[in-house]
Structure formats: structure tokens, C-alpha cells
Design a protein around this ligand. Sequence first.
Ligand SMILES: *Cc1c(COP(=O)(O)O)cnc(C)c1O
Length: 342
Amino acid sequence: MSEKSFFEKIKDIPRRRYITQITPLQRLAHLSQALGGNVELYIKRDDLLPFGGNKTRKLEFLFQEAVDLSADTIITASTVQCNHNLMAILMANIEGMKTELILENWAKSDYDYELDPNKHLYEFAGVSRTVSCGAPVTGPLHTMELALDMKADLEVQGRKPYILARGGTCPLGNCGYILCAEELIQQGRERNLDFDYVVCPSGTGGTQAGLILGFEQAGYPASVIGINVAQKNERQLNSVSGALEGTASLLNLETPQKDKIRCYEEYVGEGYSRPTVELKEAIELLARTEGILLDPVYSGKTLAGLIGLIRSGAIQKGSRVVFLHTGGFQTYYDYSSMKEML
Ligand SMILES: *Cc1c(COP(=O)(O)O)cnc(C)c1O
């Protein structure tokens, strides 16, 4: 399929239009210099998307589905440190829908919603109900059961709930990152640049899967490198390949070869939202060289991974690399997990 008709096909899928312009691609000359000057670094500013992070691209598609189904309430889930939650409430407000939120706590066993720094943001935004599942959450299935119970409750009350995928990751949502791949290809072409690597966080894997599929369909040679933010490759490769298969099948495409999935597990530390020394160094370095802040859960770990790969030579001298900043700043990130390092 030609590149144009492929991306046009994705654009023909109806979606809400919360995003009104493409996100900037900027050169990171100071950071490149600080890392030895052998690799040419760029940053894709998805932190500047409306609502402040990567979920916006996915949720444009999913809210369209909710609107088409005449939903009046969104039920959704994500981890307590994810930009998905607040965004979903705000978008539901735009659409005249209510939100019931399931807050998953994967990290701190003493999580208390009353003390969550984001509680006020959820409540300012008018969340109808929050349910927190304390550690250990046994997995997405556990969350799904809760969501189904909440859905049944609402239906008894005569409401029309829509279950919005966890973190926006599902085949339809992942199409948002196919369109990001197209943006990057265009932005490179305008400057006569071809990128060798795009480095992104690998959480649920939806972001990474969308990028892989977009580049593959366009025949664009950049490899997508995911930096695991939660788990080791034994599980992460399955998450990404599941996202890839589901999205390819929705679009009637062949699933890309498994060897297209590159995930690095070395930077995950003790797990989701657990800080590492390298993460602290990465946050400081980008803030001090380029004036750009990162969060301590996703983008910070991802830059730590990118720096590690440059230092180890896995990203070779002379490479041109895009770091995808997935944002998240509409949520107040709690940096207290790092207090022993600060
Ligand atoms: C959810 C999230 C990610 C991870 O994206 P996935 O598609 O789940 O892999 C990355 N960065 C931020 C800021 C997020 O909130």
C-alpha cells in the first residue's frame, strides 16, 4: 500500500479533534554536546499536546467511539501516576459525560487516595466517583472485573456507560501513534533529515506499537526503541506484540515481524514508578542543558535509557535519534518517591 493511502486511511477513521496542530520537533544541541557530541539528538514534544501528554492522541479515537455510542458516563482505569486519568475526566467534560475512575496502585502499598497529590485535580475536574485498588493489583484483568461491575451498576440506574481502555491502549487508540509516525516522517523530510532511531517509553506498549506500525507501512527505516518503564522483557515483549497484533488486525494489515520490537529492560530499576540514579541524572541533565522537564515515571526513565544506550555504543556514533517526550504534566507527579536521592 502506498504511504499516502495508508495514512489517509487512518485519518478517515472518525476521531475527536482535540489536537489542532502538530507537536514541535526540536534539536537538542546542548544535550548532544553534553553526551559527547557523537549522536544527533532531537526531541518530539508530545508533552505539548493539548491535555499535556501522549494519551491525547489515543483518546481522540476512543472518545469518538463513546460519542457514537451515545455514552453518558466514562469508566476508565490507569495507574495513579499516569496522565490518562485527569485527561479522561477533562475530555469527558467536553463531551458532556461523567467519569468514574479506577485508580490502580502498582507501587506503594501505603497508597491513600486522600493523600494523592492529584486528588484535587480529579475533583476540580468533577470526577463522579473514584475507586482505588490498592497494591498489589493482580493485573489488568482485576481492573476489568471492577470496570464491568461498575458498568452493570450504572446500567441498572439507566445510564449509558462506556468502558474506555486502560491508559487508552487498545487497537483503536493505538492508531493515534500511527499518525505520530507520519508527523515525524514529514518533519524530518522538511529538514532533509532521516532518523535512525525513535526512542519512546514502553508502558502498555500502545505508543510503541503505533510508531512501529506507522514506520513499517510507510517503508521508513527508523527503528523504534522502547525503554521499559515497568517490567522486564519477558513480559514487556508480549505487551508490545499484543498491541501490535491487535492494531494490525483492526486495520487488516499483516503483523510486523517480532524482530521489529526492540525493548530495553536494563533501565527499569525495581519497577513501575521506582526511581533509579540514572533517572535522576537524566532529569537534571535535560533541565539544565535544554530547559525541558521530564516526569519521574515515564519520560525520565526513557531518557535515562537513551543516555545509557549512547554510552554503551548500542546507539552508534553518527546516529540521528528522536526522543519522544510523552509528557504528563497535567497530572501533578509526585516526586517524593525520589526523596532519598534529592
Ligand atoms: C501512559 C504514559 C506512557 C506510556 O505509554 P504506553 O502507550 O502505555 O506505552 C508514557 N508516558 C506518559 C507520560 C504516560 O502517561
